[in-house]
Design a protein around this ligand. Structure first.
Ligand SMILES: Nc1ncnc2c1ncn2[C@@H]1O[C@H](COP(=O)(O)OP(=O)(O)OP(=O)(O)O)[C@@H](O)[C@H]1O
Ligand SMILES: [Mg+2]
Length: 371
């Protein structure tokens, strides 16, 4: 490439990085990734440099000659992202990593912005836990403050005996106790903010988790009223503006009694936005790239009713998925492991009813026992 306008550096090279690359190649972009895993998926779409994500020198080298650097994993240390910032702009600003990496700072930010959150309290020792239980009550969820994903590091507390066993498993780690929200459903909002501060939101997505892991998405979420969509857009907009954010952000939400309660944010493209590849005018991946490069944002409108099922553990035979009319398979080329997200399948239909019919066919294919 003869100008730096062509290279995007990405910290992390998993499936999100891979899908960023797939979106950016038609735009004339080239990709360079840094990841500790030599077999990382994004190596299929760009130059993969194998190295630690807390290696400041490796991050600076990644940024050398790049137009912009971004991250596809929220576990990237903010210090590493800042090391890259010496050589190229890093977007979103690494402050978003700091906020998202600690459930206390995340929820404190939400509360400060006037966003509803579950009642929560920090827990560092047993006395804190007793105070937190008095404030939050049961049922509650005890979570690690840092490092959790896919529901890992979480304990639902319903009776006193659960408190003792969760404490035995978690004592010594910085923890947070949260009210267990009796939600009617889970939603997520994906928003993108450009370099000029312009923002756009995708339609709310309904998400279903299985054992703490995202399993099914419906987009646009059924039955969303204008006021509910606007409430979600307000939440995303306040966070984006507060963080001076550039790029795609996801906010996971609970709906209870028709109101939204914020669970957590992801400072990156997000699994609940994968439907946008086939189901929106502009995918979350393309819009993230447009934003961080200072290009005009694309329309976030949905093209129809989309449904997405994650493949957890292992992928079914490719033929079985492709035999479902309209199925779009995304294989992350990962080794099978119980509960691991190894791919997803999207369908786009003309109506919610047709989408739901296709989704149940897909779920049956993905749930079929396999060897
Ligand atoms: N306070 C809560 N009340 C009710 N359900 C909760 C609560 N916290 C978490 N959950 C359930 O557990 C799931 C995973 O929790 P959360 O999103 O906090 O964890 P995570 O491990 O960071 O997940 P992710 O994979 O999204 O990063 C949620 O989607 C929700 O189904
Ligand atoms: Mg979550």
């Amino acid at each position: 490439v003869d100008d730096a306008g062509g290279i995007v550096g990405v910290l992390g090279a998993g499936q999100l990085g891979g899908m960023l690359g797939l979106a950016g190649i038609p735009l004339g972009l080239h990709f360079r990734f840094l990841d500790p895993a030599g077999a990382a998926f994004a190596g299929a779409v760009g130059d993969l440099r194998v190295g630690s994500l807390d290696d400041d020198a490796a991050a600076a080298a990644l940024a050398d000659g790049a137009a912009v650097v971004t991250y596809e994993w929220e576990g990237v240390p903010a210090a590493t992202a800042r090391a890259a910032a010496a050589r190229a702009p890093v977007r979103p600003d690494p402050v978003a990593l700091e906020v998202a990496q600690d459930r206390m700072s995340e929820k404190t930010l939400f509360a400060r912005l006037g966003i509803a959150v579950p009642t929560f309290a920090a827990v560092n020792d047993r006395a804190d836990l007793e105070d937190a239980l008095a404030a939050v009550g049961l049922p509650a969820v005890l979570k690690t403050r840092r490092g959790g994903y896919d529901g890992k590091g979480q304990h639902v507390l319903r009776v006193d005996a659960d408190v003792d066993s969760a404490w035995a498993a978690r004592r010594g780690e910085p923890l947070i106790l949260e009210e267990l929200v009796a939600f009617s459903r889970e939603l997520s909002v994906l928003a993108v903010r450009g370099l000029d501060g312009a923002t756009a939101c995708y339609p709310l997505v309904e998400t279903e988790q299985r054992d703490g892991v995202l399993r099914v998405c419906r987009a646009p979420a059924p039955g969303v009223t204008g006021p509910l969509q606007r409430a979600a857009e307000d939440i995303a907009g306040w966070i984006l503006d507060e963080l001076g954010y550039v790029g795609v952000l996801a906010v996971e939400l609970f709906e209870r009694d028709g109101a939204l309660i914020a669970n957590e944010l992801a400072p990156r493209v997000h699994n609940s936005g994968h439907w946008t590849i086939e189901g929106a005018v502009t995918s979350q991946f393309e819009n993230h790239l447009r934003a961080i490069l200072g290009w005009p944002l694309g329309s976030t409108a949905a093209r129809g009713s989309s449904g997405l099922v994650n493949a957890l553990g292992s992928l079914p035979p490719r033929d079985a998925v492709l035999a479902v009319p309209g199925a779009h398979l995304h294989d992350y080329r990962k080794d099978p492991r119980p509960g691991r997200k190894v791919g997803h399948v999207t369908v786009v239909a003309d109506s919610d009813a047709e989408r739901d019919r296709q989704l149940s066919v897909l779920q049956a294919v993905l749930d079929a026992p396999r060897v």
